[in-house]
Design a binder for this molecule. Structure first.
Ligand SMILES: Cc1cc2nc3c(=O)[nH]c(=O)nc-3n(C[C@H](O)[C@H](O)[C@H](O)COP(=O)(O)OP(=O)(O)OC[C@H]3O[C@@H](n4cnc5c(N)ncnc54)[C@H](O)[C@@H]3O)c2cc1C
Length: 436
């Protein structure tokens, strides 16, 4: 993700630099020229990144493999959006710096405004005003995105305004980009990005995101595995494509609530029944069993994700780490491998729980692993065992490791940092349970 976003920023900057070189300013370099350069570069970077974020918001299935899973597409969407708003804020600050520069160096060296005349100038003034309000709205959206305590449902409703904010900023960019851009490669890039972003915004506003992957179904059975854990079996329509174990889907139990992402916790079944193990982690999922009934119609969009076992390396030692409800993709993996135990890779599965005696998945994992001799299971119960950390892994595994992880971000980050400093060669795959 960092490489992709970094490369994208470099590409846009190079295109801008080429256009800048080909169109030198009439005045000698001064604070005014610097302001103009900063204004256009920050604006260009902002709208380019926002266009990318808009395209990624459409859940583009063909890009999923390249990004290594739809959860990674979402993370890139999120960071492209954050960077876009940061550049938009910089753009606004530079625009506001006129009075300060005037106080410092006076008006001399100030670049003349481009005048197109008549209606086009009125359009430019409108684009300027609308752009300013859209930047305020985008900054407010960023603030509530980063403020994790802001209620998710309200955030999601407000986030639906993003395509409108984007279209306003696209109009701002189109109207105010220097005319010289349109004869340079930067103009082609900008036009392509604005066209893609506009198309994506209309697609989102029309409610078409993921439409071709939506399937109807109903709840076949419900179970309460523990007070905060609901098991939901869903039977889907005949068009449901078999999922790969480890994939997830967006599930709509009620239209008012909308779709939530959950991992499909079983292997593909010939009768198209898929199972979700849902932990009460927030407003809707708490006490979920009481909100659902058997026979209730549902909608499932998917399957998505690339957290699947055939992608494993055959040369690295396999370490699978599941923490809490992050066990769900491994339940699907083990169920699939139990059908062909001889084909199972040699792997060590670490399952981190609070209390192994009360955890409903421990007996299930033990019985699945008993039938697959290649897989060794270690349950790490935080009420009695030392925590799973890089030192423990490095002391048990010596060769190059491939780690598949699903659980809290804090744990994976500490394992990554610790294992890298231990000198072990590691490759990580992780399922992000947080899209916001
Ligand atoms: C790829 C993926 C797979 C997941 N698999 C499972 C699973 O197998 N079992 C399980 O119990 N949980 C799973 N989750 C987490 C689950 O989606 C959230 O716990 C659930 O949506 C919380 O909803 P809420 O309204 O109860 O919580 P809220 O209090 O509204 O939100 C809590 C957090 O949950 C996330 N969230 C809530 N609603 C959505 C939504 N519509 N879309 C995206 N994120 C949302 C946000 O990060 C939010 O901050 C998965 C998440 C992802 C991204």
């Amino acid at each position: 993700m960092k490489t992709l976003l970094g490369g994208f920023v470099v590409l846009v900057t190079l295109c801008w630099a080429q256009a800048r070189g080909a169109n030198p300013t009439p005045a000698p370099y001064s604070l005014w020229v610097l302001r103009e350069d900063a204004l256009y570069l920050s604006g260009l970077l902002s709208i380019a990144l926002m266009s990318l974020a808009m395209v990624l918001a459409t859940r583009p299935a063909p890009l999923e493999k390249a990004f290594n899973g739809m959860d990674k597409v979402y993370r890139t969407h999120k960071w492209a959006g954050i960077l876009a708003v940061a550049f938009a804020a910089a753009h606004w600050l530079v625009e506001m710096s006129g009075d300060l520069i005037k106080a410092l160096v006076g008006r001399s060296g100030r670049l003349p405004k481009e005048h197109l005349g008549g209606f086009l100038d009125i359009l430019r003034d409108l684009a300027k005003d609308l752009g300013e309000w859209a930047i305020y709205a985008a900054i407010a959206m960023l603030a509530i995105t980063l403020w994790k305590r802001f209620p998710f449902n309200v955030w999601r409703t407000l986030h639906r305004l993003m395509p409108i904010i984007y279209l306003t900023l696209a109009f701002h960019a189109l109207a105010l980009a220097p005319l010289a851009y349109w004869q340079e490669p930067v103009g082609i890039l900008l036009a392509a990005l604005l066209a893609a972003g506009t198309f994506a915004s209309i697609h989102v506003l029309a409610g078409r995101v993921g439409r071709s992957r939506r399937h109807a179904g109903h709840i076949a059975s419900l179970g309460t595995l523990s007070p905060d854990l609901t098991e939901v079996d869903c039977k889907l329509d005949s068009a449901w494509p078999a999922h790969r174990p480890g994939q997830f889907a967006f599930v709509t139990f009620s239209r008012g609530e909308g779709a939530h992402p959950f991992t499909i916790a079983n292997a593909p079944q010939s009768d198209r029944t898929i199972t979700f193990e849902i932990k009460g982690l927030g407003d809707y999922t708490t006490d979920l069993a009481a909100k659902l009934r058997v026979g209730q119609p549902i909608e499932v969009e998917g399957p998505y994700g690339c957290f699947d076992i055939p992608r494993r390396s055959n040369t690295s030692e396999q370490i699978w780490v599941a923490a809490g409800i992050g066990v769900t993709p491994f339940l699907a993996w083990l169920e699939a491998l139990a059908r062909q135990p001889a084909k199972a890779p040699r792997a060590h599965l670490y399952y981190c729980v609070r209390n192994r005696d009360k955890d409903p998945f421990v007996p299930r994992l033990e019985s699945a692993c008993a039938g697959i001799s290649a897989i060794e299971l270690s349950v790490i119960s935080s009420d009695r065992d030392p925590p799973l950390d890089a030192t423990l892994l490095a002391s048990h595994h010596k060769s190059s490791l491939e780690i598949w992880f699903c659980g809290p971000m804090g744990l994976i980050e500490s394992l990554k940092t610790g294992l890298r400093s231990s000198g072990l060669r590691c490759r990580f795959h992780q399922e992000a349970f947080e899209l916001r």
